[in-house]
Design a protein around this ligand. Structure first.
Ligand code: BTN
Length: 273
């Protein structure tokens, strides 16, 4: 290890280590159960199906066979990827978690910037991009407790392209990985997961709607779509306009020919730069 506690290339493919993750989380002030699975369909599905009553569980996998992205997409994670999910059992209604993907995305950008991905930005609502190429994605799923309507299980899934082979880079020119962006001086995967998870767990332990409102004030620091002309597909309609930031609940603001519109959930594609 060098002075910055980075792996200098040789630990990039070290196996995931649950004890190491738990210990780094503890050092950072965050107490969580940690599970590492060699192979699983999807860490999100695994945690959603679990009946854990623990307040927080972190599950990371070496390999996902059916990794899932937003809107039914597949998340491909070759070996030596970073795929993990955090399950929270919370005594609050599901409405308290609107905008959570933006909060998680901003925290993820902060962590990735700290390790050298200085240009990491967030494409509303959940893609982390570097120079418009996708570096990481977030899939948040919730289920309402069977026993109490005001209790919610929240699963926050995060996939980070860590170090992919040259074939992957050739196939998908619209994505990138941490090795390409930062070079070999990266934290190993266990440390990276523990650092991201600790940030997220500690931030969401508080008042999520308030944190989303606070984020809306500093959204310009993260906004990969700032001032761009985009097409927004909300499922019901396609609307074209220029982005104008987010509102206090994390909704995307779009200036259209019919005035300003707000979207709480949609797919956005850029039309011009
Ligand atoms: C997206 O970009 O659409 C979201 C990708 C989320 C991928 C992560 S990998 C860990 C977790 N398990 C899954 O099946 N998906 C998320």
């Amino acid at each position: 290890m060098n002075r910055n506690n980075k792996a200098s290339g040789d630990n990039l493919s070290a196996p995931l280590n649950a004890q190491r993750m738990a210990s780094i989380c503890r050092t950072l002030g965050c107490d969580t159960d940690v599970v590492v699975l060699p192979t699983v369909g999807s860490t999100n599905s695994w945690l959603l199906e679990s009946d854990s009553t623990a307040e927080v569980t972190l599950c990371a996998a070496e390999h996902q066979t059916i990794g899932r992205g937003r809107r039914g997409k597949t998340w491909h994670s070759p070996d030596s990827g970073v795929t993990f999910s955090i399950r929270l059992n919370r005594p609050e209604p599901v409405t308290r978690f609107h905008g959570l993907s933006l909060l998680v995305g901003a925290l993820l950008c902060d962590q990735l910037r700290d390790i050298g991905a200085a240009d990491a930005m967030l494409k509303w609502p959940n893609d982390v991009l570097v120079k418009q190429a996708k570096l990481a994605g977030i899939l948040i799923e919730t289920s309402i407790s069977a026993s109490a309507e005001s209790a919610t299980t929240v699963v926050i899934g995060i996939g980070i392209n860590y170090r992919r082979g040259p074939e992957a880079q050739l196939i998908d020119q619209n994505s990138t990985d941490l090795f390409q962006v930062c070079g070999p001086d990266l934290p190993d995967r266990s440390e990276l997961i523990a650092r991201v998870a600790s940030r997220v767990i500690m931030a969401v332990a508080g008042d999520v709607p308030q944190a989303v409102e606070n984020l809306s004030a500093s959204w310009a620091d993260y906004d990969a779509l700032a001032g761009l002309e985009v097409a927004v597909d909300s499922g019901d309609a396609q609307v074209v306009g220029r982005t104008a930031g987010i509102d206090a609940t994390g909704g995307l603001l779009l200036d259209t020919e019919h005035g300003r519109q707000v979207f709480s959930s949609a797919e956005v594609s850029v039309r011009s730069r």
